[in-house]
Design a protein around this ligand. Sequence first.
Ligand SMILES: [Zn+2]
Length: 253
Amino acid sequence: MLATLRRWFARTTPEFDPAWESILRQKYAHWSEFDDTELDRMRMLVARFIRDNDWEAAQGMDVTTEVQVVIAAQAAMLLLGLEIDEYFDVTSIIVHKSTVRLRGVRRGAAGTMSDGVQHLAGQATPKGPVVLSWAAVKRGASSPVRGENVVYHEFAHRLDMLDGITDGTPPLGSREASARWAEVCTPAFERVQAGDSVLRNYAATNIAEFFAVATEAFFNRPDVLAEHESDLYDELRRFYGQDPARRPTSRTV
Ligand SMILES: [Zn+2]
């Protein structure tokens, strides 16, 4: 009975509150770039994302409707052209006010270890919560021209993790598609490592970060990526099922 109820609940589409529309027009620059078909799907994805995730506040943060809607819309952007309507295995969204402070021993670049406090804009772990800094979320939502977007970044990691391996390759559906992906991404990753890329340096950390940073650039600076890394842009266009370089742009709100 419980399983039947759950299945029914998952099929129902929750209401998109009209009040969310004005929040998104004001706070999320990309919202005004969608056509009517895209808007219909985005509204459905946003409503589902808000309903289906547990929302937790950290550091005295207040998880308001605005916080939920602005995060949900950016997470929905990555799903817009995909055949899935949700991120599987995300247990909750934990929102911090400013940076996310993590304690403990961590592995750094080039085999280094540090045991200090780390300040992060966000974090995604397999089958766990996605942790986000609201300050970083707001910045990313309102100023795509800066290129960085913590929500796109962390949820790109979650798409990468869908097949159980965090290797910069999301599930692509066929052996041929995976081979083409590697053929394009490997040299593009090597260019970042050599300091010869339009992607920001953090993409050089490892191939998983490369995919997350490339996703940020794909949605935020599509014209730049299409011009300088056209093969990478085409791979991401095929995977995400979207062509952001063709959308009208509204760079800032
Ligand atoms: Zn990352």
